[in-house]
Design a protein around this ligand. Structure first.
Ligand SMILES: [Zn+2]
Length: 364
């Protein structure tokens, strides 16, 4: 099987066609949709994704947008999608899919995409329905009425170019009514639309997901967490009570229990000076959480307090009286000790910068 090209067209330009709810604009949010769509689609094999616009503020002519899809070479076929939201009188609702006159076989997929959008939006909006999956003919002749679709079909009789098999302009909903705009204006909902559309299209076209590297999925044992540098049996000696650390582990010590992202995203204090590689971390840096969790020392990184954000150092110094607990002196010690470690790269850099500044300003 050869490759399939997807040409994605984010309608209009950034900020264009503002919606009933701030800060929605068709131009900007359909750009987001195109970005998310690209991301989801890149999970599939044998697919190239091409955009009609390089930047949000670009505003190519509609026919030329479609032409991007028409003039591709070397693909099994091309799918062209132009992303829009609609406007009428502030009271109209629903999803419209427009497809090319010249692609009678594209009706079924168009209908599936439309129904997918409605199924996603309607539970929230209460008003979204499928208005239609339609072709629209130009009054000037045997052409598609809409410029983007017309452009996408402009080389349909030229065997030099890869055939465009599907060409849709998707009017997801009406942004000029608050019921539908309240869905569209939520950034995460745009991601959901992209996810639904990609999964429907991928399923219909029989696309296969790229094979994931099995490292994370299989064997959720301690050994998968061993870093490339090799397991260090004495790594625990680097840590003591009160040290601020970052967790790089996927699972807890000798356990298949997953370390949640929330834990990875924060810094934690070592609870007790460890005597082996089982290091217990407890409080987070902000002192708002206690998790008392064992982590392998090989899955911890000591965080240089000097290079951490300034407020932390201030927080230690200005620790109010009511917070005097056994952890406070430990933390204070940590700050001093870490500052002493001049061999750490951050500290070396600081010295270098100080020297540099002194040399610039002539201070000896
Ligand atoms: Zn539009």
């Amino acid at each position: 099987m050869g490759k399939i090209a997807f040409v994605l067209d984010a309608g209009h330009m950034g900020g264009y066609n503002t919606g009933a709810m701030y800060p929605y604009s068709e131009g900007t949010y359909m750009w987001y949709l195109q970005e998310d769509f690209t991301k989801f689609l890149s999970e599939y094999e044998n697919v190239d994704v091409i955009q009609t616009k390089e930047k949000l503020e670009d505003r190519p002519e509609v026919f030329k947008r479609g032409q991007v899809a028409a003039k591709l070479i070397g693909y099994d076929y091309t799918v062209f999608l132009s992303f829009h939201t609609n406007a009428y009188n502030g009271r109209a609702h629903g999803t419209s899919i427009f497809r090319s006159l010249f692609l009678p076989d594209s009706k079924e997929l168009g209908k599936m995409i439309g129904e997918g959008i409605v199924n996603l939006l309607n539970p929230v909006t209460g008003v979204t329905y499928l208005r239609g999956v339609e072709t629209r003919k130009s009054s000037q002749g045997d052409y598609d009425y809409y410029g983007v679709i017309r452009g996408s079909m402009s080389e349909r009789n030229n065997p030099l170019y890869s055939p465009v098999k599907y060409s849709y302009m998707i009017e997801h909903a009406f942004h000029d009514n608050p019921d539908e705009c309240k869905f569209l204006v939520v950034r995460e909902n745009i991601t959901k639309i992209a996810e639904v559309e990609v999964s429907i299209i991928a399923g219909y076209l029989g696309l296969k997901k790229k094979i994931q590297t099995p490292v994370e999925e299989e064997k959720p044992t301690e050994s998968t967490d061993i870093p490339d540098v090799g397991y260090n049996e004495e790594r625990y000696k680097q840590f003591k009570a009160g040290d601020l650390v970052m967790v790089t582990a996927d699972t807890y010590f000798n356990s298949t229990k997953k370390v949640p992202q929330r834990v990875k995203d924060q810094l934690w204090y070592v609870y007790k000076t460890p005597t082996n590689n089982r290091v217990v971390i407890n409080e987070n840096q902000a002192h708002t959480e206690s998790i008392m969790s064992p982590v392998d020392a090989n899955d911890l990184e000591l965080v240089n307090v000097e290079s951490a954000e300034k407020p932390d150092a201030e927080l230690v110094e200005e620790q109010p009286v009511e917070n005097v607990s056994e952890t406070v002196p430990e933390i204070a010690d940590t700050v001093k000790e870490t500052q002493k470690k001049t061999e750490t790269p951050a500290a070396v850099d600081d010295c270098f910068i100080v020297k540099l500044l002194k040399s610039i300003f002539g201070v000896k």
